[in-house]
Design a binder for this molecule. Structure first.
Ligand code: FES
Ligand code: FES
Length: 168
């Protein structure tokens, strides 16, 4: 199988690789770059566990080939905040018990970050609508909604997101 050379800026760092044209972006992130915070829950574009930002917009990374990210910017859960410097959404999920096993959480946070970038003060209905493409199979959605509301309140009060997506 022939390969293609790609250069992708991932979490602010330029990464180069030679990949098969059929490799999905999620497998590139997990298997080539060892950024395993982006999860694969279904591989059929339903669960949202694989959500990352591509050029500042939330996308399901199992729906794209890695070669489609060539020359573009990807932000993953590893790049949105850090231990000791959590993104307000990460703090929100912590404070409101918005996770149990945590499998869905990276995707929930990346989708929520896109929501808060475009709508800093969403209603409960708008949060639920924005997260329709993200499945949670163990916590339930009430605390997840509260986590997003917590983050929106914190950001309105001046907490800064670390996401580059918030800059565009
Ligand atoms: S793994 Fe991509 S949507 Fe489920
Ligand atoms: S916290 Fe377990 S799937 Fe959502």
């Amino acid at each position: 199988m022939s390969t293609m050379d790609i250069t992708v800026t991932v979490n602010g760092e330029q990464r180069q690789a030679s990949v098969e044209p059929r490799m999905l972006l999620v497998h590139f992130l997990r298997d080539e770059l060892e950024l395993t915070g982006t999860h694969v829950g279904c591989d059929t574009s339903q669960c949202g566990a694989c959500t990352v930002h591509l050029d500042g917009h939330a996308v399901k990374s199992c729906t794209l080939f890695a070669v489609q990210a060539d020359g573009r910017e990807v932000l993953t859960i590893e790049g949105i905040g850090a231990v000791g410097e959590l993104h307000p959404l990460q703090t929100g999920f912590w404070e409101e018990h918005g996770l149990q096993c945590g499998f869905c959480t990276p995707g929930m946070i990346m989708s929520s970050a896109e929501l808060l970038r475009t709508n800093p003060n969403p209603s409960e209905d708008q949060i639920r609508h924005a997260l329709e493409g993200n499945f949670c199979r163990c916590t339930g959605y009430h605390n997840i909604v509260r986590a997003v509301q917590h983050a929106a309140g914190a950001m309105a009060a001046g907490a800064q997101p670390q996401s580059s997506a918030a800059d565009d």
